[in-house]
Design a protein around this ligand. Structure first.
Ligand SMILES: CC(=O)SCCNC(=O)CCNC(=O)[C@H](O)C(C)(C)COP(=O)(O)OP(=O)(O)OC[C@H]1O[C@@H](n2cnc3c(N)ncnc32)[C@H](O)[C@@H]1OP(=O)(O)O
Ligand SMILES: O=C([O-])CC(=O)C(=O)O
Ligand SMILES: [Mg+2]
Length: 299
């Protein structure tokens, strides 16, 4: 469970669960996770057929190890309980709960997930949850949501609904998102769960996508939702440690190990002061490099 919760999720690609052309083989684009959307990408009169298509896809398509998450409809709709049954019966890895505002929003979903696990003979507790935060109240209660259930592996910010409910406007610099992003990443780190950024809706704006991704990676986010395969490679490039970062991490780990024997606690590598406090960050760089498949060293 802990391994599943902590897996690499640099990109989580949304797709409309109703569109056969999208669900048939999206794993070929190698996102870290797929999010089958039953919520806003599916029109009201297609909800039932989207759910049936979702069940069949989860049950019969081999996604070659790519994680399969389902975004259910909101709890103010008549759909969410059936969404959970279809997702769990099909064997999804996790459920994304939209527009979360309180612990109860998560606990209600958890109750129905457990019922479905029992009904369809899935291992109890195996379906993970993530809380999507998309309103001011949700942002203020980010820590409560991040700590709401042992099934929670992460929280995410959704800019579309957040801008709507804040009466705010998106700008290229993203200042209007700064308070929410900061609050989310603080809550996620405090609760030891992952943190994901919102989608970049302009699929042709590579420059803006890279700027946003650099920003959220520097803030401590673990990944970003995407809406198009075009967005996967640029985001992975930002989240994959560079050769220089890997070399510096190795020098830090080996250096602290070696010099500690001689009673040296602080030293300089390439003009940079290194001390014991930097080892944890260096190990994280190596772990991310390993998970991203670019590490060739012995650590
Ligand atoms: C604010 C929110 O709530 S966001 C979450 C809900 N939104 C979504 O789920 C939208 C997901 N994205 C999509 O549906 C589509 O990318 C759209 C509608 C935005 C654009 O669709 P298109 O115009 O077909 O995109 P485009 O021409 O770039 O597609 C190129 C290829 O990538 C595929 N593709 C595009 N988006 C996706 C996707 N999300 N998942 C898998 N494959 C995709 C297309 O099928 C196409 O494949 P092909 O060349 O084999 O035919
Ligand atoms: O969570 C996301 O990025 C997509 C979404 O629902 C929103 O922006 O409202
Ligand atoms: Mg939304």
């Amino acid at each position: 469970m802990q391994d599943k919760k902590k897996r690499l999720r640099r990109t989580m690609m949304f797709l409309n669960a109703h569109r056969a052309s999208l669900v048939k083989d999206p794993y070929v684009y190698r996102p870290d996770s797929i999010i089958f959307d039953l919520e806003d990408a599916v029109s009201e009169n297609q909800k039932d057929s989207a759910r049936i298509q979702l069940y069949n896809t989860l049950k019969y398509a081999d996604y070659k190890g790519v994680e399969r998450i389902v975004r259910i409809n909101g709890q103010d709709t008549p759909h969410w309980k059936e969404d959970i049954r279809a997702a769990v019966a099909g064997g999804c890895d996790g459920i994304r709960i939209p527009k979360c505002e309180s612990k109860e929003d998560v606990l209600r979903v958890e109750e129905w997930v457990l019922k479905a696990e029992k009904e369809f003979g899935r291992p109890e507790g195996s379906t993970l949850l993530m809380a999507a935060i998309e309103t001011p109240l949700g942002v203020i209660r980010a820590l409560e949501l991040a700590q709401s259930s042992p099934r929670i592996f992460g929280i995410s910010i959704g800019a579309g609904d957040f801008m709507r409910t804040m009466h705010a406007r998106r700008t290229p610099d993203g200042y209007e998102m700064l308070a929410a992003r900061s609050q989310l990443v603080l809550a996620a780190r405090a609760a030891d769960v992952q943190c994901f950024d919102t989608v970049h809706t302009d699929v042709d704006d590579l420059e803006g996508l890279l700027r946003d991704t650099e920003l959220i990676r520097n803030m401590g986010f673990d990944g970003k939702s995407v809406i198009s395969p075009k967005q996967i490679a640029p985001i992975h490039s930002v989240f994959t440690p560079t050769l220089r970062e890997i070399e510096m991490a190795e020098k830090t780990i080996y250096g602290v190990e070696e010099l500690a024997k001689d009673g040296v606690g602080v030293f300089v590598v390439d003009g940079q002061m290194i001390d014991i406090a930097m080892v944890e960050g260096a190990r994280r760089v190596i772990d991310l490099a390993k998970a991203s498949g670019v590490y060739r060293g012995d650590l």
